[in-house]
Design a protein around this ligand. Sequence first.
Ligand code: F6R
Length: 352
Amino acid sequence: GKSGYDHYMLKEIHEQPTAIRKCLRERVSELEGTIDVDALADLEHDGPVQFVACGTSYHAALYGAKLLRERGVPAQCFLASEYEVDAIPAIEETLVVGVTQSGETADTMSALRAANQIGAMTLALTNVVGSSAARECDHVMYIRAGPEIGVAATKTFASQQVALAMLSSVLSGEGSMEFVERLRDLPDQIQKVLDESNARDIADAYEGSDAYFFIGRGYNAPVALEGALKMKEISYEHAEGFAAGELKHGPLALVTDQTPVFAVIAGDTNVSKTLGNVKEVEARGAPVVAVTDSPEQVGQYADHVLEVPSAGPLLTPILANIQLQLVSYWVANRMGRSIDKPRNLAKSVTVE
Ligand code: F6R
């Protein structure tokens, strides 16, 4: 059941602290400051990594590829539906990681099969034990989010991000006591976001806008894309997410005083650059909502702030995303949308 929540989506948003605790259990050692994933113990790999995924899982994969590159592992991310359209980009030395909550997405399965065929090593990052992806791949790491009923992926996205953070430590051999402690603290910080969020007020203020834009740089760029995807899928409103720097290369033409811009500046190591983009939209009269752990630095440039605790550059974006999940939920709720089963969408997409 929905445990007293009006929708599965809201219940699953609130299950994120528990989901992340389960994802981390027996994988991070606070004593040693190490990250060890049993399921990956026999994965020996020092070549390039390629991610294949769709939708929300693709946004998690974008984040995972950034983490790996920062830690010195060459990593790329592909939309699964585009992976084999031209020459398959993997070579035998590549580790191809399918990020798929259901483990059944046809495009992702097809990309993984193609990778297996050319002799690359494959890894499934999935929520469903015994799923097609789990069976197809050489290795499997479970994200342990628990069943997700709402069509819109919420807790599985956070669990994918955390699993990818651990995977990047395993593959790069990099991980510090500080990072382990930050991972450990994450569930409580998520709880704090859930307890203190003013997302509902933001939804009240901006429902009925012409469009909703989301911008972010670096680790916040995938969060901007995900914020927009969630908004469009459950509210049916026009929403777009951009890497902040891309705004002036076209999308700025769409910005008016009727298009709120959500600027994700969370754990950001390029605050002044992203603030530059914020000033560009403000000059066009757009209302700005900053999603940030630095309200003292950013707040003066924003009409509203959705605050999150600081969890460092790698993990604060996970907290920012939770604020955006709540904004989408409350906009869709006010509009009376079918939140758990949006029109035209299915939980598991088994056709290409
Ligand atoms: C959006 C959503 C979809 C899925 C996509 C991939 O909320 O749920 O975009 O992320 O269909 O699904 P999986 O992860 O099962 O491969």
